[in-house]
Design a protein around this ligand. Structure first.
Ligand SMILES: C[S@@+](CC[C@H](N)C(=O)[O-])C[C@H]1O[C@@H](n2cnc3c(N)ncnc32)[C@H](O)[C@@H]1O
Length: 236
């Protein structure tokens, strides 16, 4: 379980946001936050669980917008970054961070309105077990992203130290349906992979992001996008 171990280290947790979401990476952070907000709206009073919340990028944002949110992660080091972020943003009293394993969520059935996980399924050694648990504790909605097999990410994916699993669209759909959920919507983005944005400044990245966004509006762009955002619902 490389992915689980990698994020336990303090230096990995401390560098997590800076390495990924500064410079050109700001476009990634913004797009991921948009995806989460679009999927989960309206937020006011909604009871939400974020699985594998890491440094709390989404947990803190959602607490600031009125959601009743719990962020859970297996790594204390990542959670500590989240607690600091929440305190610095002034929402420390409006959310709960807790340590736990996505494979055994410590909540009763149907406890939340929505459960989501970002940048997690590529690390999951047992995606079927994880999505089953997410489905068990939600009344209505599960939202997550996948990194895609038929995309530019496959060029460097093998070299990532924390290990990374890529999904075809068919595999991701089967995952959803196999857990008893229905696919309510799927969005694709990032023909240019995350690694490209992370390597360049925001200014240089800006025209590339515009090009990437227009490519993403085409059928070809959808097929070769490196990321997909899956909105799954409890039937009925
Ligand atoms: C790539 S980070 C993503 C963090 C956050 N969701 C984000 O998008 O910034 C993956 C996170 O999954 C967590 N993780 C890995 N295995 C886990 C498990 N079995 N249960 C809960 N969290 C886990 C790691 O500790 C890490 O914080």
């Amino acid at each position: 379980m490389k992915g689980q171990e990698w994020y336990q280290e303090n230096d990995v947790a401390e560098a997590y946001d800076d390495k990924r979401f500064t410079g050109g990476g700001q476009f990634i952070d913004r797009r991921e936050k948009e995806a989460v907000l679009d999927a989960l709206a309206p937020l006011e009073g909604k009871r939400i669980l974020e699985v594998a919340c890491g440094t709390g990028r989404f947990t803190v944002m959602l607490a600031g917008r009125g959601a009743d949110i719990v962020g859970m992660d297996i790594s204390e080091a990542m959670l500590e970054q989240g607690r600091r972020k929440a305190a610095a943003t002034g929402v420390g009293g409006d959310l709960e961070f807790m340590q736990g394993d996505a494979g055994r969520l410590p909540f009763p059935d149907d406890h939340f309105d929505a459960v989501f996980a970002m940048r997690f399924f590529h690390l999951a050694p047992d995606p079927e077990g994880f999505i089953r648990e997410m489905r068990r504790v939600t009344k209505r909605q599960v939202f997550f992203d996948t990194f895609n097999r038929y995309s530019a990410r496959s060029v460097y994916n093998w070299a990532l130290p924390m290990g990374s699993r890529l999904y075809s669209g068919r595999e991701a759909r089967e995952l959803v349906v196999g857990s008893g959920l229905e696919v309510a919507g799927v969005d694709h983005d990032f023909v240019l992979p995350y690694g490209f944005y992370r390597a360049i400044s925001r200014r240089v990245a800006s025209p590339f992001r515009a090009l990437d966004t227009s490519l993403g509006e085409t059928a070809v762009g959808d097929r070769i996008a490196s990321v997909s955002y899956w909105d799954a619902r409890v039937p009925g």
